[in-house]
Design a protein around this ligand. Structure first.
Ligand code: ADP
Ligand code: MG
Length: 697
């Protein structure tokens, strides 16, 4: 249960003055629905209104707050394009206030001729005349206090002005009460950090540009809080899994070695090493929690098979969970050959299986006639009963939530922790494995199976689209299959879709029925149908938003075209490119960019051209990625942080990890004074999923 002290933080933004339906909807788009979301919506710029010069001393293009006497109103005739002008002056010079389409009665009231007024806004010069168009503030002189000296500028969205946003977030900050300190005193003193509340307040009240940097003491403290919450949550989960007794499953080699002999190739060094790591883990009396990181095509599937065979050697069952029907089928097709050769019973169960066939399968599973079950979420439904499930593989693990992994684990014998091997094709830098997978042991498949032809990657401008279509036509005529990935448009799946549909129609005009389209708004079944058509060669071109399934294997696909490649994260480009180069034929990847590229964008695309090593690409991506350039995280499985930036606060990660481990070592249930405060921290950052495992404090 969320501590009461946090209730104000989680109340709706509509509880703030002046926030109703439409504004709340805009806020939701850019920040969220709760006060807390507004607090994490941090300023990216500021407007300094402190300059208050005489008109003759003004610097142009400067924001200033001026005290002027209102003069004549020049009202433009109706229908003319001329603006409404109000002449103002002080004893040194004159300035025009400019308004387009104003309400006349409003201006007459705000700016009565002959009276003094404060006006604040950006001053420009036009034909030698000072001007300010649409001042941000117009107030009588005695109300100077109502004009903020420095105004934070927040990321905006349609329907909300900067001024309104600043006011609303200011109001949200008033609801942010002080919370009991969860950080260690000595750490606070050493780093010179203020309390959480003071730090938050100061982040929202920048006085100078440098106050907006991620490295300020205030932002660093908040980032540390967030990373600590993240590490605590992971550590609680890790301790929870380790607490459960696991089954000791030593490998006799009876099946594993037979399978290795039956494979048409030799294992790579990385595969053999990983299998050894798995043997050690599974032979331990605690449950295995291992992550297998390996690039697309690095050969994770066979490692999964060998680990499942260790369970079968021990008389138990194993399961492989895949995120989609098509991936499940691919795994099944890829593994059933070897399984058959060595006399292991393997079966597949997905949402498509119904009726008698399904009943028979469930009976066999319960009787232990099936050794290995492969499938989608169908494999952990209520009526699916295993004879003795002791080991599970979760493919593309970031596609599954904690609950789903838990549901699968619950299919094992009561009171015994299941051995879990999670797999991911998203290589992430070592520093980040701590933030994402701090609760798991990690194996890396950092060596590709031999004999791959490198992918020819080229970078070119989108304006050459006509040539590209001609080249695509030629490729298809000689039997190639082609992916065409459409631009990722910021924030909007709807717009992604519009772009993809447009390209789809365009390509249909050239290629007719041989083109298919997949996108995120389609039902899983519809997607599968199109993917299958592509896999079987019924269509040659697959136009897609970024939903192309990670791991889908169509060896005949040899061309990957990515529009607006500059908008993707490097890791994402790498993932997409990994769809080709899977067969014996030479593959090509075209990275098309939209307009003139900045230096960073150029550097990133250059890396793509130079290497196919996913781990290297991930490291470089991290180095090159500026704050805000986080588009690529959308599908990468990296956690989204509110304050912390993986790029800027990397050094805090190991610190937070050690802190979390030490705290839980000494206070495993977070029941001490500091422990209780840390619970508040977990709730504040919504990392409280593990709190239920702690004894109540
Ligand atoms: P991923 O890691 O992307 O899941 P897969 O397991 O699908 O990769 O393997 C990609 C391809 O490489 C498959 O066709 C598989 O048969 C093949 N493969 C796996 N290991 C080896 C190896 N050691 N030598 C040669 N080919 C291999
Ligand atoms: Mg795979």
């Amino acid at each position: 249960m969320r501590p009461e002290i946090l209730f104000p933080f989680f109340s709706d933004t509509t509880s703030l003055p002046g926030v109703g339906g439409r504004i709340a909807a805009s806020l939701e788009k850019v920040a969220g629905t709760r006060i807390l979301d507004l607090l994490w919506h941090l300023p990216v710029d500021l407007i300094d209104r402190r300059a208050s010069p005489k008109l003759s001393d003004i610097k142009f293009d400067q924001v200033a707050t001026l005290e002027v006497t209102v003069g004549k109103h020049d009202i433009a005739p109706a229908k003319s394009r001329k603006p409404y002008r109000v002449w103002c002056h002080d004893d040194s010079s004159t300035i025009q206030l400019i308004f387009f389409h104003p309400r006349h009665d409003y201006l007459a009231k705000q700016l009565p001729e002959g009276e003094k007024r404060l006006v604040s806004g950006k001053v420009e010069i036009y034909n030698g005349q000072l001007q300010m168009s649409h001042p941000d503030y117009i107030l009588p002189s005695e109300k100077r206090d109502e004009i903020p000296k420095v105004e934070p500028v927040y990321p905006l969205t349609a329907g909300i002005s900067g001024k309104v946003m600043a006011r609303i977030i200011g109001d949200a900050n008033k609801k942010a009460i002080e919370l009991p300190e969860w950080l260690d005193r000595t750490l606070l003193e050493r780093e010179g950090w203020q309390s959480w509340h003071a730090s938050l307040a100061s982040v929202h009240k920048p006085e100078k540009l440098s106050d907006l940097e991620p490295s300020t003491k205030a932002r660093t403290r908040l980032a540390y809080d967030e990373l600590l919450a993240n590490q605590l949550a992971l550590e609680i989960m890790r301790r929870q899994t380790k607490k459960k007794k696991g089954r000791v499953m030593k490998s006799s080699g009876a099946l594993v070695n037979k399978a290795i002999d039956a494979l048409p190739y030799d294992l790579t060094g990385a595969q053999s090493r990983t299998v050894e790591e798995l043997k050690v883990d599974m032979g331990q009396p605690s449950a295995m929690m291992r992550l297998l990181q390996g690039d697309v095509g690095s050969g994770k599937t066979v490692v999964a098979l060998l680990s499942m065979l260790i369970a079968v050697e021990n008389g138990a069952q194993a399961a492989l969970l895949a995120p989609t029907e098509i991936l499940a089928r691919q795994h099944y097709a890829g593994l059933s050959d070897v399984a058959e050769k060595i006399g292991v019973n393997i079966a597949i169960l997905t949402g498509r299986d119904k009726g008698k066939a399904r009943d028979k399968l469930l009976t066999d599973l319960e009787n232990g006639k099936i050794d290995i079950l492969i499938g989608t979420h169908a494999i952990f439904q209520k009526d699916v009963i295993y004879h003795d499930l002791a080991m599970s593989v979760v493919d593309e693990q970031h596609r599954f939530g904690v609950e789903q992994r838990m549901a699968l684990s619950a299919k094992g014998k009561a009171g015994i922790g299941m051995d879990i091997l999670a797999m991911t094709a998203t290589p992430i830098p070592r520093t980040l494995t701590l933030t994402v997978y701090g609760d798991m042991d990690v194996s890396r498949l950092d060596e590709k199976p031999p004999g791959r032809t490198p992918i020819d990657t080229r970078v070119m401008t989108l304006s050459r689209i006509d040539e590209i279509v001609v080249a695509a036509k030629r490729a298809i005529e000689s039997g190639a299959r082609l992916y065409w990935v459409c631009p990722l448009v910021e924030e909007s799946e709807v717009m992604d879709l519009a772009a993809a549909e447009e390209r789809y129609r365009h390509l249909m005009q050239v290629f007719g029925e041989r083109v298919g389209l997949v996108h995120g708004k389609m039902k899983a079944k519809e997607k599968d149908t199109v993917m299958e058509k592509f896999a079987s060669g019924e269509i040659d071109i697959l136009v897609a938003t970024t939903v192309i399934e990670v791991g889908v294997d169509v060896p005949e696909a040899t061309v990957m075209i990515i529009e607006h490649a500059e908008r993707f994260g490097l890791s994402q480009l790498h993932q997409l490119r990994g769809r080709v180069g899977r067969g014996a034929d030479k593959s090509t990847c075209l990275l098309l960019y939209g307009s003139a590229l900045g230096a960073t964008a150029k550097a990133r695309l250059k890396i793509m051209r130079e290497t196919e090593d996913g781990f290297l690409i991930a490291e470089e991506d991290l180095k090159l990625r500026g704050a805000g350039e986080v588009l690529g995280t959308r599908q990468s499985g990296l956690p989204k942080f509110k304050v912390a930036s993986i790029e800027d606060h990397q050094k805090l990660i190991p610190m937070a990890r050690d802190d979390a481990r030490l705290v839980l070592e000494n206070d495993p249930d977070l029941s001490s004074e500091r422990g209780k405060n840390l619970r508040i921290l977990l709730y504040l950052f919504e990392r409280d999923e593990g709190v239920k495992y702690l004894k109540s404090g």
